[in-house]
Design a protein around this ligand. Structure first.
Ligand SMILES: Nc1ncnc2c1ncn2[C@@H]1O[C@H](COP(=O)(O)OP(=O)(O)OP(=O)(O)O)[C@@H](O)[C@H]1O
Ligand SMILES: [Mg+2]
Length: 302
């Protein structure tokens, strides 16, 4: 079988590991940079041109779509689906999970725990009320497009919170305002879900005095065993968003696990190094099963 890894950089740990795992399972691997694919859309034979060649014989794809290229990347995934290839995550689910607001709405409808969160569309004068809605200070203010912990602010007082919200809004930056979960103590949990199972989980602890646990901000990852509630939350979140491969980030709180975010292209380096689990291998095993029962219904799902 021929498996394409959609990635813009074949040197990345995740890409390299997936290529390795494809080969280890006896298949052929090809790395396709989705950002430079041309899509030919026609009734008879939709096709994809990559580096002057038509990609016609791909059985399955593993999308590794960066947030900055979601629009085009998911169009490429959709095109592969139209051509009958099995995708580790379907294009609709990727689009859904990339919209943070929409994801939170879906997760809340599914009855999953999350920090109290508010979103405001630049309405003036409502800052105070919003802060009250998320439980007052201290509170978290996040840039909707932030990543790696950048753009996440902890405001210690309501006044500080109000100023930060006003400042972001003044810059026309989209933000969410969120209850600060103190009990998390600067740590979060990443559960890696493949095909309805948690294949590995790690706890990331922020550096001394840091409330953000991001590894890019000096956080350290260690393997953990999830509680029943944490496992159920991780699986429930992936299911609600329709993701077969997902990195579910949660905070441990007094009222149980609270979901922060669900990532459709979760990195492999942190989780494989912290847990020693062959996560790439687990993804390939899922692909093998998926290709076997790949039905036209799934690939045509719009
Ligand atoms: N409501 C909260 N209460 C306590 N700590 C939080 C809260 N939200 C975020 N944090 C801490 O800050 C870190 C970064 O926040 P978050 O994961 O939301 O943003 P990001 O990592 O910048 O973006 P993304 O995960 O979308 O790439 C979290 O991993 C967590 O440790
Ligand atoms: Mg994060």
């Amino acid at each position: 079988m021929k498996i394409a890894i959609l990635s813009r950089n074949s040197n990345l740990y995740s890409t390299r590991r997936l290529v390795e795992a494809v080969k280890a399972a006896g298949h052929e691997a090809v790395v396709v940079d989705h950002s430079i694919c041309d899509l030919i859309i026609e009734q008879e034979g939709p096709s994809i041109i990559f580096k002057g060649q038509s990609l016609t014989d791909i059985d399955a794809i593993i999308p590794r779509i960066g947030a900055s290229v979601t629009f085009y990347g998911t169009a490429v995934v959709r095109q592969f689906e139209l051509m009958g290839a099995f995708s580790a995550n379907n294009s609709q689910a990727i689009v859904r999970s990339r919209d943070k607001l929409r994801s939170l709405q879906i997760l809340s409808r599914a009855g999953l725990g999350m920090p109290k969160t508010a979103f405001t569309n630049f309405s003036k004068g409502g800052e105070k009320q919003i802060i009250e809605h998320v439980g007052g200070a201290p509170l978290i203010i996040k840039l909707l497009e932030g990543t790696q912990g950048l753009g996440v602010v902890l405001a210690e007082t309501k006044k500080a919170g109000q100023s930060v919200i006003e400042a972001f809004h003044g810059l026309r930056a989209r933000i969410i305002v969120q209850e600060f979960i103190k009990e998390a103590k600067g740590a979060d949990i990443r559960a890696f879900v493949v095909n309805g199972k948690v294949v590995g989980a790690m706890k990331r602890q922020g550096a001394e005095g840091e409330f953000r646990s991001n590894l890019h901000r000096g956080g350290k990852a260690t393997v953990i065993k999830l509680s029943r509630a944490e496992r159920a939350a991780a699986l429930g979140a992936a299911k609600a968003l329709g993701l077969d491969v997902a990195g579910v980030d949660m905070l441990q709180s007094d009222r149980g696990p609270l979901i922060l975010e669900v990532n459709s292209s979760p990195g492999l380096e942190g989780i494989e190094k912290a847990t020693g689990v062959d996560v790439a291998g687990a993804i390939i095993k899922f692909i093998e099963e998926g290709v076997q029962k790949n039905s036209p219904k799934r690939s045509a799902d719009q």
